[in-house]
Design a protein around this ligand. Structure first.
Ligand code: ZN
Length: 258
């Protein structure tokens, strides 16, 4: 197995995964979406709410806020030594929110006891308070996974087969470049025209194609173009690494149980 990173940004990573079966690529994708733990608020206790919104709506909004957190310091409640019934500092973060009078109440106004826990976007609006209104609550955040609830989803992840381009029957060395040039005039194996902008990657140098060249578009079934965008407090690269760890752990568990 080989990995080549094509593009890395704060929220997004694109990489090539080579010499693997489609089943593995799919397992990796599913693990990134559904099994990498992230942090979200699970419980909200309202002390005072004289705002225009019901408790349930405010609790739901707070629940959807993604949090940055020190990954090594927290455990999934089900894996914590405390048994997770009441929770403990290893599997739970307490938070408070208190605001009164005219104000936009935002994610940054929620104060976690652990200073390393921060909202990914501090300006997410929770509610607008009017002059005589007040909101006071306590919340508990825990780790969870996307397969349990969408609010814990770590990333949006997808992949496609790596494209290979042939011009007049000859394989083009860098097919991604060719894909770029050939956009809109690439023929699929079945003769249909491929105009998918997404196979086009931002490369400067392109191959030379003349009018009337016969261009073929093929896909590698053992080479995958991955695109992973974080929707949580985890960096995209960390999500990929964590997903690989989880897959390895699952196989170890299987091996041990055999
Ligand atoms: Zn615990």
């Amino acid at each position: 197995m080989e990995v080549e990173i094509l593009e890395e940004k704060e929220k997004k990573i694109k990489f090539l995964l080579k010499d693997v079966k489609p089943q593995f690529a799919n397992a990796l994708r599913r693990t990134m979406i559904g099994k990498v733990p992230t942090m979200a608020v699970k419980e909200v206790d309202f002390i005072n709410n004289t705002s225009g919104l019901f408790d349930e709506i405010i609790a739901h909004r707070i629940g959807m806020i993604p949090w940055e957190f020190p990954e090594e310091e927290y455990k999934l409640p089900e894996n914590c030594e405390c048994g997770s019934k009441e929770g403990c500092p290893n599997c739970r973060v307490e938070m408070v929110l208190k605001k009164e009078g005219e104000a936009y109440v935002k994610a940054k106004h929620i104060k976690p006891t652990d200073k390393k826990v921060k909202p990914v976007n501090p300006d997410i609006l929770i509610i607008t308070l009017l002059e005589d209104q007040e909101l006071e609550l306590e919340a508990k955040a825990v780790l969870g996974t996307g397969k349990k609830h969408a609010k814990f989803q770590a990333a949006a992840a997808s992949y496609k087969y790596y494209p290979e381009i042939k011009v007049n029957g000859k394989k083009v060395e860098n097919s991604e470049e060719a894909a770029k040039v050939a956009t809109g005039k690439v023929k699929n194996a079945d003769g249909s025209v491929e105009a998918d902008e997404e196979i086009v990657y931002s490369l400067e140098n392109t191959i030379d194609i003349k009018e009337g060249d016969e261009i073929e578009y093929l896909e590698h079934k053992d080479k995958f173009l991955f695109e992973v965008e974080t929707v949580s407090g985890l960096e995209p690269k960390k999500i990929v690494k964590k997903a690989v760890d989880i897959i390895v752990e699952e196989f170890e568990e299987l091996e041990n149980s055999l």
